[in-house]
Write a protein that binds this ligand. Sequence first.
Ligand SMILES: NC(=O)c1ccc[n+]([C@@H]2O[C@H](COP(=O)([O-])OP(=O)(O)OC[C@H]3O[C@@H](n4cnc5c(N)ncnc54)[C@H](O)[C@@H]3O)[C@@H](O)[C@H]2O)c1
Length: 277
Amino acid sequence: MAGRVEGKVAFITGAARSQGRSHALRLAQEGADVIAVDLCGPVETVTMYPPATEEDLAETVRQVEALDRRIVATKADVRDPAALRAAVDDGVAQLGRLDIVLANAGVFEVAPALELTDRAWQEMIDINLTGVWNTCRVALPHLVDGGGGSIVITSSTAGLKGTPNTIHYTAAKHGVIGIMRTLANEFGKQSIRVNTVHPTGVDTVMIQNERTWGLFTPDDPNPTREKFAELFETLHPLPVPYIDPVDISNAILFLVSDEARYVTGVTLPVDAGYTVR
Ligand SMILES: NC(=O)c1ccc[n+]([C@@H]2O[C@H](COP(=O)([O-])OP(=O)(O)OC[C@H]3O[C@@H](n4cnc5c(N)ncnc54)[C@H](O)[C@@H]3O)[C@@H](O)[C@H]2O)c1
């Protein structure tokens, strides 16, 4: 049986690990080839959790190839449009086309609003907002040339609700909805669909670290994964503390497949009900 994205090519940012790797594998399982980019290195003002590495990106390559799909992987920073353009152009030259764009790369950091440094604000906006625009703008000419396509931007529940101690992250994640809504209008006639997904906590290193645990259990001198899970579960109508990367991959797979051929301009929560609370 043909896969749900058989013969398509997907450009995925932040593909070295976690959600980005999961998206690459899920789409590859359904027949897509992949153009992968990742920073594979630290961001100055993001210190809560370790950065992805070149070995992580190599592991994504190994796992996609084990599914008998092709992958072109490049170390590139979404803040650098020239590097991103070179990566996507090279990927399209090798794989022949572009159909799907997943603007997934992002960083997370917490700070009380008035303690946030100018540098931390700027780096967050540069990566989580401008980086998404850079991803879209280097990929769009290929989608136009190919006669259409589908873009999914990974926002967050913090793109739909105010969340304390993350003003820069929350502002950027709201901002990408503006990018999505604009592009959905501007490129609709060219059969390009644009949507956002809004995950609640996803079980990745981005939230599974002591500083994030501490943020949610501020009165506890010894925050743990277990106590964090207990508290986080109370935020969800569904009985789950956080969700898995593949839950986001499955929502994205639907959005980029032909099953969603008339779905555009949508802000899709994948959040165990967090935003209806
Ligand atoms: N984990 C969560 O709870 C959660 C919840 C909602 C939304 N999100 C969003 O999901 C996306 C994926 O996060 P994740 O949980 O997989 O975390 P992660 O840190 O494991 O993965 C993010 C990836 O993006 C890459 N990246 C960061 N900055 C980059 C840059 N400047 N250029 C290129 N690549 C860069 C990282 O190297 C990393 O591989 C992010 O946009 C994040 O904001 C995460």
